[in-house]
Design a protein around this ligand. Structure first.
Ligand SMILES: N[C@@H](CCC(=O)N[C@@H](CS)C(=O)NCC(=O)O)C(=O)O
Length: 200
């Protein structure tokens, strides 16, 4: 069975659990303490959370995990095949959720919860924050009045972006445009997402 090691409220591990729920796959979540202990670091020397185990497979990187699950246990509508017109955009926005959004939020979380108070609004933090706000505004424009980022059904892109925006609001403590807030609420209202959140 797929095993997902994650912080109890981890948004990146939620990506994988949510996808498993959408695909009706069995999985188990193993809680990771913060900071991760030595046993966890023996399992994943990079020390990053989440981490996935599935038979002989052991891997980090939440986006890679989603691609692995979708391709190994698919096909699934959440990841169109390579000859489908939506494929490239699904990949683009799925990667964007981590590479251009969440990974930039990690230093902002460190600043918010760890920096001395006179250094919380430093030059780097303000620059990263401004860049993220610009990207989020572009996402709002890209989504427009549609329900999903790519095509007319849920894809990995939506899971990746919605979980990144969860870090932005709940972790970094920022606001987001009303249309994106409504988009996230709709997605988080899906039974599969609710089950993934409930099992943690
Ligand atoms: N790109 C990685 C990022 C993983 C990551 O940075 N996770 C954070 C927590 S959400 C982490 O590992 N924090 C623990 C640490 O840095 O020691 C992924 O998508 O899985």
């Amino acid at each position: 069975m797929i095993k997902i090691h994650d912080f109890p409220h981890g948004a990146r591990g939620l990506r994988v659990a949510w996808l498993c729920e959408e695909m009706d796959l069995a999985y188990a979540v193993t809680p990771v303490s913060f900071p991760p202990d030595n046993d966890y670091r023996a399992l994943n020397p990079f020390g990053t959370v989440p981490f996935l185990q599935d038979g002989q497979v052991s891997m980090g990187e939440s986006i890679a995990m989603m691609l692995y699950v979708a391709q190994k246990y698919g096909p699934t509508d959440a990841l169109p095949l390579a000859d489908n017109g939506r494929y490239a955009k699904v990949l683009q926005f799925t990667l964007l959720g981590e590479a251009t959004l969440s990974s930039l939020m990690t230093p902002l979380l460190a600043v918010r919860f760890g920096a001395p108070s006179d250094q919380k609004r430093n030059w780097s933090a303000l620059g990263i924050e401004s860049r993220l706000k610009g990207t989020i505004d572009h996402l709002r424009d890209e989504l427009g009045d549609r329900d999903f980022l790519v095509g007319s059904s849920l894809t990995l892109a939506d899971i990746s972006i919605a979980t990144a925006l969860r870090i932005w609001t709940r972790g970094v403590g920022q606001e987001m445009p009303a249309t994106l807030r409504a988009y996230c609420e709709r997605l988080e209202d899906r039974p599969a997402c609710k089950r993934a959140l409930g099992g943690r």
